[in-house]
Every structure is written in C-alpha cells, then in structure tokens.
Write a protein that binds this ligand. Structure first.
Ligand SMILES: [Fe+2]
Ligand SMILES: [Fe+2]
Length: 300
C-alpha cells in the first residue's frame, strides 16, 4: 500500500457541505452563461494619446497583462497541486476562469503593443520547485485540503486586487480622456473579476468550516509564510508591483492608503483565519508585503 492509500484509509475526507457545493455549481453555471470570454474583436483600441497612456499607466498595463497571461501556467500548477479536485473546482478553473482570464491578457497585450510598450513575456510553463514539492505532497488527501485552502485564499486576494486595480485603471483612463479603451477593454474585464472573487470566497468559507483544528493551524502558518502580492515571484516583480500601486494612486495618501488597500485585500482571510484575534484590521503579513513592494519601488 502506498503512503497515499494508507492515508486515505486513516483519513476520511469530510463531505463538503452540499449547500456549498450546490451554490458553487450554480455560480459557475451562471458565470459561464453570462460571461463568455470577451470577444477579441469587440475592443476599440483607438487612443487619443498612446504616449501619455504609456507613460502614465504603461507599468500597470504591463503588470496586469503578464499576470492574466500567466493563468496558463497557473492551470498547470493547479493540476499538480490538486490531483483530485472537487469536480466543481475543475469546472470553474478549466471552463470558466482560465478562458476568461486569457482573453483579458490578450486584450491587454494588444493594448500595450499599440501603445508602444514591449510585448509581454509571461512565464507560462516554468513551475517553481516549491510548487512541485507541494504538488508531490498533495497526493495525501489531508495535505490536498490544505493546498486547496491556500489556492482559494490566493484566489480571493488576487481577484480582490484585480477588482481594485481595474476600478482605478478605468477611472485613470477616463481622466486621461481615453474613453474607447476604458469602456471597451477595461470595463468589460472588470465586470468579470467579481464573479471569480465570489467563487473563491464561497469555496474558502465552505472548506474552512470542514477543516480539522490542526489543518487550520497549518493553513495559518503556511499562509503567513507564503503570502505574496499578486503576480510577484521575485524581487523585480515585487518592485514592479510597488510601481503599480503608485501609478494607480493607492499610495497617494502615503501609508494610510497602503493600509486601506491591505484591509480590502485581506478582509476575507482576516474574518476566517484570524477571527479570534480581536481588533485586527488586516493580517500583518498582507500589509508588510504591500509596504515592502512600495519600499522596493521607491528605492528604484
Ligand atoms: Fe482577469
Ligand atoms: Fe480574475
């Protein structure tokens, strides 16, 4: 008997609350029907001042393009991390989430090229050693539940960051007078992000309620160790993210702005993972990583 089989005998995966499962299926079906991938020919790329757009928001568009296109790699990572996912997760990420995100990336990539910025060079196939290692462990169902929880938490924070970023970018482009791009590219993209956020939030809360105390303990520990600003896997990308925060005006009020941002991005996990800690406004590791990205950017 392999280690994985032994663990399956000892550990019976609790049945996911059927009402959570049913809500998720309903949600995914609705998203699929109401939000097909944005047709690439529906966008109007005409710009009044592409040079101004590039100098003001080039870093933001480039960052978001890379993150959206790297969804292709995220799907490979998910297949590794979740060898035995609940069918609704697979349906969500394979049929709804990744096709939508890839179109976001293609639209943004075209936009940045037309604005005179370099074509994106996303990492679509290199999976880090840490993830391969976690993937190997994930064949044990008890561990897979923790990986799945971390995946949902990352999804919640990533999608929330995307919602906030697209709202600010949309407003910034309108302020520049770039109505066509704002309303035919950024607006349709930002309409699809809240559905992703809702999926991860429902899934995370459902799984959290089923976890054993030791799994919750380990999840908190790993989350604290591994939290990263969206789409950053190295120092250069963290620095770039600091620039994105500045260009979007998140840091305009200084540290207060960063705290407000951390509060929004960290809210769901604060309520779940850290519910017993009274009086916290955000998990400290969330604020620390945003502060550190901005500091790196400022140091240039
Ligand atoms: Fe997206
Ligand atoms: Fe998304």
């Amino acid at each position: 008997m392999t280690a994985a089989e032994t663990s399956r005998v000892r550990y019976r995966r609790p049945r996911r609350d059927e009402s959570v499962e049913a809500r998720l299926f309903e949600h995914v079906e609705r998203l699929g029907e109401e939000h097909p991938p944005i047709p690439l020919d529906s966008a109007d790329f005409s710009m009044k001042r592409p040079d101004l757009l590039a100098s003001r928001f080039g870093g933001v568009v480039a960052y978001m393009t890379r993150v959206e296109l790297e969804v292709e790699r995220n799907v490979l990572e998910l297949n590794l991390l979740l060898p035995d996912p609940p069918p609704v997760d697979k349906l969500f990420y394979a049929e709804v989430w990744s096709p939508q995100e890839i179109h976001h990336g293609l639209l943004l990539d075209r936009l940045q090229t037309l604005a005179g910025l370099p074509v994106s060079a996303p990492n679509v196939d290199k999976i880090s050693f840490q993830l391969r290692f976690l993937g190997a462990l994930a064949h044990l169902p008890v561990i897979q539940d923790i990986s799945r929880m971390l995946y949902y938490l990352t999804g919640v924070a990533t999608e929330k960051s995307a919602i906030l970023a697209y709202n600010l970018l949309h407003k910034g482009l309108l302020d520049l007078g770039e109505k066509a791009v704002a309303s035919t590219i950024i607006a349709p993209i930002r309409r699809q992000e809240p559905g992703h956020f809702a999926y991860y939030k429902i899934a995370a809360r459902g799984l959290w309620d089923e976890m054993a105390p030791w799994q919750k303990w380990l999840t908190r520990l790993l989350r604290k160790q591994s939290f990263e600003v969206v789409g950053a896997y190295n120092k250069r990308q963290r620095t770039e993210f600091g620039g994105v925060m500045e260009a979007l005006g998140i840091t305009a009020e200084g540290d207060i702005g960063i705290q407000k941002y951390a509060q929004q991005v960290g809210q769901v996990e604060l309520e779940m993972l850290w519910a017993e800690r009274q009086g916290l406004r955000f998990p400290s590791y969330v604020l620390d990583s945003f502060r550190s990205a901005f500091r790196l950017h400022r140091r240039g």
